[in-house]
Design a protein around this ligand. Structure first.
Ligand SMILES: Cc1cc2nc3c(=O)[nH]c(=O)nc-3n(C[C@H](O)[C@H](O)[C@H](O)COP(=O)(O)OP(=O)(O)OC[C@H]3O[C@@H](n4cnc5c(N)ncnc54)[C@H](O)[C@@H]3O)c2cc1C
Length: 381
């Protein structure tokens, strides 16, 4: 493992992302949360910065950036607007199975249009009765000549309705359990429908909903990998995507901490800025230490991906980063609200939004209980 220090290029990228996020994304963050609609202006601004293609190869119109750089992008967006960070994180989640398991034709068909912002992607693994236990999925794919016919429904799908490219996991051999799952790229134009959209605690600018497959016919060439490789593809993808969720959690924690520190310098009580009270200084020091520790674990997991995971430690490292960062974001945002006192509890100040947005980082891409299962398994193998 290389030591975790950023290169000059990564530092410069963080600086440009910080300015972009503060100037273009932050001013709309409260409104995005209040309106609860997908922020197309933010998406267009991200496209103008070439962010959807950041992790995609230059042959597809991307920048081919390493995973640490991709984490910095998500982190800096999350520092100002959780929903906008999620639209970029989900692009990574949806494109990874195509990049890593798609045929040359499939990659050429879908990746360039996602890189240039013409298309967006979703990742459809979960079902109503198959979340943590994804192998219990019932969505079916049946081969019929040169195509597959898909039936079933996927739940909790981020970017549902906004995306036009959906990576869908379905069973081609239900009797084979996890080994009977296959993965497909399904276009909205193949006939996929969007069902109920959820009303959520946070991430209000990111639609989450049901994706319905009702006799949807998909060309056989849209299968990713071989029949029966779907579960492996899903896990391979999550191992490489969880560090992005960790980065999102780190960004949320950092944004909440920065805001709270600024507030304590202005707000006076008992004739002093409240920042002078050691009880609050210790709280802020703990928040900063936890956030920095989570950041280092996140960059370490990213560096392992970039090195090709030579020692087979990525699953545990990604789970460690995601779990630590998610728990940190939750704890830090709760304390940040506390540092503001009464106004922290109001929508006039941004910290209740950070607290609501933080919660999901403990749940999606595998709950933090499931991350602990992954870490424990690595100890016991
Ligand atoms: C806003 C949002 C966006 C999402 N986006 C997507 C998406 O884009 N694509 C997608 O496929 N999915 C998505 N999801 C689904 C998400 O990944 C699942 O909600 C998550 O994996 C948990 O599954 P579940 O909700 O079925 O909970 P359950 O599996 O029912 O879990 C309920 C509780 O039981 C615990 N539990 C379950 N099994 C164990 C165990 N073995 N040991 C200990 N505890 C356990 C869990 O930790 C949890 O506390 C999203 C969810 C939300 C809320």
């Amino acid at each position: 493992m290389q030591p975790i220090t950023l290169t000059d290029e990564q530092r410069a990228f963080r600086e440009s992302m910080r300015s972009f996020a503060e100037e273009r994304i932050a001013p709309r963050a409260a409104e995005v949360d209040r309106n609860g609609v997908f922020p197309w202006d933010n998406f267009k601004d991200c496209v103008s910065m070439d962010l959807p293609g950041l992790g995609l190869g230059p042959e597809y119109g991307g920048s081919g950036a390493d995973h640490v750089t991709q984490a910095i992008m998500v982190e800096e967006l999350a520092r100002v607007c959780g929903s906008t960070s999620l639209m970029m994180a989900i692009t990574g989640l949806a494109t990874k199975p195509i990049s890593n398991f798609g045929s040359a034709e499939t990659k050429a068909r879908y990746l360039p249009r996602i890189a240039n912002g013409d298309s967006q992607g979703s990742y459809c693994l979960s079902e109503a009765d198959a979340g943590s236990d994804v192998a219990a999925m019932t969505c079916r794919a049946v081969r019929d000549g040169d195509s597959y016919v898909l039936n079933g429904s996927k739940h909790w799908i981020t970017n549902a309705g906004v995306s036009d490219v959906y990576v869908v996991f379905a069973k081609t051999d239900p009797a084979a359990g996890a080994r009977g799952v296959s993965a497909f790229v399904v276009e909205r134009d193949h006939g996929l429908r969007i069902g109920k959209l959820e009303t959520k605690l946070g991430m209000h600018g990111s639609p989450t909903g049901e994706v319905i497959l009702d006799d949807v016919r998909v060309p056989a060439e849209n299968r990713l990998g071989e029949e029966g490789e779907g579960f492996k593809i899903a896990m391979h993808t999550l191992d490489r995507s969880r560090p992005s969720i960790a980065a999102q959690a780190v960004g949320i924690a950092q944004g909440a901490l920065d805001y709270a520190v600024g507030y304590t310098k202005q707000r006076k009580a008992f004739g002093h800025p409240i920042a002078e009270f050691q009880g609050l200084q210790f709280m802020m020091a703990d928040m900063a230490m936890r956030t920095e520790a989570a950041r280092l674990l996140t960059y370490r997991a990213c560096a392992i991906i970039d090195e090709g995971d030579p020692d087979g430690e990525l699953s545990a490292a990604g789970a460690t980063a995601k779990c630590t960062a998610g728990d940190t974001a939750m704890a830090v945002t709760v304390d940040a609200v506390q540092l503001l006192g009464g106004v922290g509890y109001t929508t006039d100040f941004p910290l209740e939004r950070y607290m609501r947005d933080a919660k999901i980082t403990q749940i999606y891409e595998g709950t933090n209980q499931i991350q602990r299962v992954v870490v424990a398994r690595s100890l016991l193998k």
